[in-house]
Ligand binder design. Structure first.
Ligand code: URA
Length: 447
């Protein structure tokens, strides 16, 4: 006999068309409807909910939204579609290890995970960082790390535990059994224009993070032209929703709202961003990348119970770099190997003199993608060497003819499309504007 309320029992009383119609007409889905539709869409044998029906439901959710209760249940149903990891048994020298992770909602030039994971781990905290690949204009952490000769993203659960206990940080691909419903739903959202929905983004991110089993989580929620959510009220709502979801699931969760109008650092592209991250780990690097790395590290260390730790010191004295080297070597990478370099370069020069007043993150992301740094379809390969170097950032003075961008690729026929993407990427004025803050606000759970 099956459990009361199991998928097969509910088949008699719930059908896909009425679930879609409820949401289409602005109604609230019941817990049973949510559990059933996710289970029937994901089950190996389940052909009850077809892709075209789930596409219609996703569009109805995109247009009508979901209440907090619905979003919480939707997230739980996605977690329940797979396995939950458990790091509570992690030990070093016989003592339990605290786990803390960070997740960014995605931006251009966002290489922060690379210096951040080893930096936080260098304080004796375990950082299990399950990361993704880039799709569209945003880069992916795994694509960046794969430009290091020998480094591999696929790590078994046993290897992950061993690396966390020995080194402290692991950045790797999520196994196929971690929130598999999200994998299918995300692929469908990507081709049905239903990505930018607060309940769908929140449940997608938080189902993976809760299933991953981290004890604490810091979310970097991006706002602006290069982010999924363009306005502060939308980004704040996303942050509040995710903090509430994490907290309700027992994960100490907080969020930082950060600006993504301008790319982070001076590079966008895989090997280029690894090089820039190494500069940060060596105690230098672009000011905005250092600032965000240190702010997020402080939040993570505070959430892990180390409020007085000083991350800037571990960047300056090489401690974080030592952990980086150990982290890369543990996954087969050679931290001393030269990174791949593009065979072809091109330069875009300033057409007028003045002060740079704007540098559009989306345009730079699209240019890097067109040069070969990103993929248009899941599974495509990317060029480790491709990308864009930005020679000037907002506030810098430029003169006519100065280089604004260097473009890198293995396939020079891509230059024209990348130059087109950058055609109106910069604005130049005569009077400097006050720099907009990178860190906009923090979102924590109300006491
Ligand atoms: N990242 C995710 O994992 N899911 C989303 O929906 C958006 C960004």
């Amino acid at each position: 006999m099956s459990d009361p309320g199991s998928g097969s029992d509910l088949d008699a009383v719930i059908d896909t068309i009425s679930v879609i119609a409820t949401k289409r007409d602005g109604g609230e889905l019941s817990d049973a409807q949510i559990d059933w539709v996710i289970e029937r869409y994901t089950a190996e044998s389940g052909d009850v909910v077809a892709d075209e029906q789930m596409s219609a439901l996703l569009m109805a959710i995109f247009l009508r939204g979901m209440t907090r209760r619905e979003t919480t249940r939707w997230t739980q149903a996605m977690i329940d579609s797979g396995r939950r990891m458990d790091f509570s048994g992690l030990r070093r020298a016989g003592r339990p290890l605290v786990t803390v992770d960070k997740h960014s909602t995605g931006g251009v030039g966002d290489k922060i995970t690379l210096p951040l994971a080893p930096l936080v781990a260098s304080f004796g905290v375990a950082v299990p960082q399950l990361s993704g690949r880039g799709l569209g204009h945003t880069g992916g952490t795994l694509d960046k790390l794969e430009s290091i000769p020998g480094w591999r993203a696929d790590v078994s659960s046993e290897e992950m535990v061993d690396q966390l206990e020995r080194v402290g940080a692991v950045v790797c691909a999520a196994g196929g059994d971690l929130a598999p419903a999200d994998r299918r739903l995300y692929a469908l959202r990507d081709v049905t224009a239903t990505v930018e929905s607060i309940p769908l983004v929140a449940s997608s991110i938080m189902s993976k993070k809760i299933a991953e089993g981290t004890g604490a989580l810091v979310l970097d929620v991006k706002v602006g032209a290069g982010a999924f959510l363009k306005t502060l009220p939308e980004a704040r709502e996303l942050a509040e929703t995710m903090v509430a979801l994490g907290t309700a699931a027992g994960v100490r969760t907080r969020a930082v709202l950060t600006a993504m109008d301008t790319p982070l650092g001076h590079t966008a592209g895989n090997a280029l961003e690894v090089t820039e991250s190494l500069e940060v780990l060596a105690g230098g690097g672009p000011a905005d990348v250092v600032e965000l790395t240190v702010v997020l590290a402080r939040e993570m260390l505070d959430a892990a119970g180390l409020p007085d730790a000083d991350p800037a010191r571990h960047l300056a004295d090489g401690t974080a770099m030592d952990t980086w080297r150990a982290m890369i070597a543990a996954q087969g990478g050679d931290p001393d190997a030269p990174l791949p370099q593009a065979r072809h370069t091109d330069t875009v020069a300033a057409e007028e003199s003045g002060v740079l007043t704007g540098l559009d993150a989306m345009a730079v992301g699209v240019a890097a993608w067109r040069l070969g740094a990103g993929r248009a379809m899941p599974g495509q390969s990317v060029q480790a060497e491709a990308g864009v170097r930005m020679h000037a950032k907002p506030g810098d003075r430029v003169r006519t003819g100065d280089p604004l961008f260097t473009l890198y690729t293995q396939t020079p026929e891509r230059f024209a499309a990348a130059r087109a993407a950058l055609a109106s990427a910069v604005s130049v004025g005569q009077t400097p504007r006050a720099a907009a803050p990178l860190i906009i606000d923090r979102v924590t759970v109300e006491p």
